[in-house]
Design a protein around this ligand. Structure first.
Ligand SMILES: C[S@@+](CC[C@H](N)C(=O)[O-])C[C@H]1O[C@@H](n2cnc3c(N)ncnc32)[C@H](O)[C@@H]1O
Length: 209
C-alpha cells in the first residue's frame, strides 16, 4: 500500500452502518488508528491497531511516524469525517496530499431520519468540549438547530438553546444505531433530562412560521 492516510467515516456506531468502501480500505491498511469501539467494527482487518489522542496536535505525530515508516494508515472517525471530526485538524497537520477522506453516514443524518426531519438548511453546533456557542438572529430563521452532545456543559447548553429559541420542538437521539438507542421528544415545559450520554444529538425543530 502507498503511504496514504485514509480518514475513514465509520457511521454512527452500528455495524450495519459501515460502508463497504470503508471496510475495504480498513482491511488493506497496515495501521488502523481509532477508538476501540470503532476498531471493533472491523474484526476482519489484519492491520496493527492503535488508539489516538482526541486532540489533533497530539494525534498527528503518531500518524506522521507511521507514514515515515511507509505504512498505509486508516484513521477511524465517528459518523462522517466532514462534520466536527478529528479529520480536519489531522489533515491540516499532515503533508499536503497525504490524506484521502472516505465518507461515512453522519449521526446527524441518522437522527434526522429517525424523527422524519430534513437536515437541509440546519444550523449545526457542537457542545463537545467547547465554550457555549451563542445563537445569532439568523439561527432563528433556520428550520432546524442541531446540537452535538458531549462535554460537561451539554445540559446547560440545551437549556440555554431552548430558552433562546422559544417554543421549538426538541428531539433527543442517543446512541443511534446501537443496542442502547433512545429516541424521545421533549414536550414544551418538560424538563430536559440530565445525564444524557455523550453520544446524543439534540434537534430543535422550528414549529412556527
Ligand atoms: C466529535 S462529534 C463527531 C460527529 C461525527 N463526525 C458525525 O458525523 O456523526 C461526536 C458527536 O457526534 C454525535 N454522535 C456520534 N455518534 C452518535 C450516536 N451513535 N448517537 C448519537 N449521537 C452520536 C454525538 O453528539 C457526539 O458527541
Amino acid at each position: 500500500m502507498t503511504e496514504i492516510v485514509h480518514l475513514v467515516g465509520c457511521g454512527p456506531g452500528g455495524p450495519d452502518w459501515v460502508p463497504p468502501r470503508a471496510r475495504e480500505i480498513v482491511r488493506k491498511a497496515d495501521v488502523i488508528f481509532g477508538p476501540s469501539d470503532l476498531q471493533d467494527l472491523f474484526p476482519e482487518a489484519p492491520g496493527a491497531r492503535m488508539d489516538l489522542p482526541a486532540r489533533p496536535e497530539n494525534a498527528a505525530p503518531l500518524v506522521l511516524a507511521a507514514l515515515g515508516r511507509r505504512l498505509g494508515c486508516a484513521v477511524l472517525v465517528r459518523g462522517d469525517c466532514g462534520l466536527h471530526s478529528l479529520a480536519k485538524g489531522l489533515q491540516s497537520r499532515l503533508p499536503a496530499g497525504a490524506c484521502r477522506r472516505i465518507a461515512g453516514v453522519s449521526s446527524v443524518q441518522v437522527a434526522c431520519a429517525a424523527f422524519g426531519l430534513d437536515w437541509q438548511g440546519a444550523r449545526i453546533l457542537s457542545a463537545h468540549g467547547r465554550p457555549l456557542q451563542e445563537l445569532g438572529p439568523d439561527d432563528r430563521q433556520v428550520p432546524l438547530v442541531v446540537v452535538l452532545g458531549g462535554g460537561e456543559r451539554f445540559h446547560e447548553i440545551l437549556e440555554r438553546t431552548r430558552e433562546a429559541l422559544g417554543p421549538w420542538r426538541l428531539h433527543l437521539a442517543s446512541d443511534v444505531t446501537l443496542p442502547t438507542e433512545s429516541l424521545r421528544t421533549i414536550a414544551p415545559g418538560e424538563r430536559i433530562p440530565s445525564g444524557l450520554p455523550s453520544r446524543t444529538i439534540a434537534l430543535f425543530e422550528r414549529t412556527g412560521p
